[in-house]
Design a protein around this ligand. Sequence first.
Ligand code: RUQ
Ligand code: CUA
Length: 651
Amino acid sequence: MNRKYLKAFLLAVTVIAAFVVMHYGCQESKNLTAGDEAGRVYVAPGTYDEFYLFTSGGFSGHIGVYGLPSGRMFKVIPVFSQDPEKAWGYSEESKPMFMTSHGFIPWDDAHHPKLSQTDGIADGRWIFINGNNTPRIARVDLTTFKTAEIIEIPNSGGNHGSPFLTENTEYVIASTRFSIPIPNKDVAIDSYKENFKGTISFVKVANDGEMDVAFQILVPGFNYDLAHGGKGPSHGWAFFTSYNTEQANTLLEVNASQNDKDFIAAVNWKKAEEYVAQGKFKTFNTSYFRNYFDEKKHMGFSEEKKTVKVLIPEECPGLIYYLPTPKSPHGVDVDPTGEYIAAGGKLASVIVVHSFSKMLKAIENKEFETTIDGIPVLKYESVIGGEVTNPGLGPLHTEFDGNGYGYTSSFISSEIVKWKIGTWEVVDRIPAYYSIGHLCVPGGDTKKPWGKYVIALNKITKDRYLPTGPELTQSAQLIDISGDKMKLLLDFPTIGEPHYAQAIPSEILMKNSKKIYPIEENEHPYGIKAEKDARVVREGNVVHVYMSTIRTHFAPDNIEGIKVGDVVYFHVTNLEQDWDIPHGFAVKGMQNSELLIMPGATETIVWTPLKEGIYPFYCTDFCSALHQEMSGYIRVSPKGSNVAITYGIGK
Ligand code: RUQ
Ligand code: CUA
């Protein structure tokens, strides 16, 4: 080969290499606009300035939606709690969403919002949240910001350790806060040790979001607290903290704080899938409900399920291991690389960080301390990756910034502590006002955190805000983490008690936000497509009012022939096809909430008039200059009167 050819050859090699690198590089940084068939959006890690923040409402049962960095509230999404503003839990269509095996339950305690993920990165399709009290998981659609599905978790005494996710939203996971007899039965409470058990549940999420309890694992009767799915190398595993390994059933504050170490349960869910496929499960009879909202029919549906697959650890070797963890651990958080599992300890003075690779080695070498109900307990020294030794008092939860640092909330000393992964040294700390519970870094529990901020979610705000009677607001604090030193930027109050929160760049959600429901796609059985179809139909003592709204009138707006004791269904269709033009509907003396009907939707509310007379009704949402004119009258006649049904508008 002469010189000239050699040169040309080398040039060609370089060009090909550059092309390969570029191509590979592109594959690596899938950007915002790319999506797969399931509609998942990939988001390049990078810098974003604006975020949506979703906070749990705790005992309010809602999700709060805020903007970051402004801290301004945009919306309250009713999930487990009735909301008369949106008729959530009052309208006929939404009532099925509250069905459980205990009947209609219009409230729950919502703790942990969790954004759906693809490749371990939040993808903006849905946000899940747990109902802690009557065990449930909800899925909220992030195109409509509306609760789309609620599934009850069977064989559970309370759903706190939930709804954490596996890397591609294969499963939402859940663990029992309280152990109970499984199946539940009437036993003496002090037979706890003999009769009470816990469960860990894996709820399958289909491509369209539909949830289904795939299997459960029966575990010893401890209290299971929080959870996280593995990622990267630990994808395929999920981690659950437990406390009360003493199995106390009274005065837990003393009796459940005896053991020096409790456990993190490490579950190999890929192995669980194999066991299920091999038929190694027991079928338990039970009852639980799945409720979902059909966006075309504009209606919720409820179905009861009667069996669930349960795996027993003793019969499934390799399914689950216990990692000893000091003093009633609370949060369990996996770092972006998937190697480190950080445990909060409500009563601990160190943050214990387990190493996933050491755990695998310890399992391989059978470095077990003992076995509990078929679950090997690994040796503490064999799994420990490091200890952060001065994290303040009562470390609870950790999030990560993607630059090699962890941020831990310490409840008792009321601060956020920043520490370095690997050296475990504390590099910065900032006080929280006061009593911080969870904290949130945008993407801080994913493979590629967006960083920039940490949000402190505080329980107590005494002397921070104007007094509001015996109860003061809870609050969030926005802290800049872009430099070496954390900097407090802003305080803002939150609705309910924020436990956890999740944030996602606004760009991802904004463009998917739904503006209207196309009226031609409205399949509500009592919906109408045009004002001319508005009518009133009597069927015995049931009256159906097919009503329409458009700026600025109802059709019909005069209705006669209703009688005391009738059951009147108002099916109100909003014919508007413009963004942000809902109409409201309220009747004087109706023992119910208003309706707030979105453009193109139909909603139904029931009224049983108790007294004869004239009843005004009106639109509650200031929709145009003639909003005050948007009203009508219903005439109610005595029972047995012969006033015929008549209705109309403009006559
Ligand atoms: S829990 S802090 Cu559900 Cu930590 Cu509230
Ligand atoms: Cu419609 Cu006000």
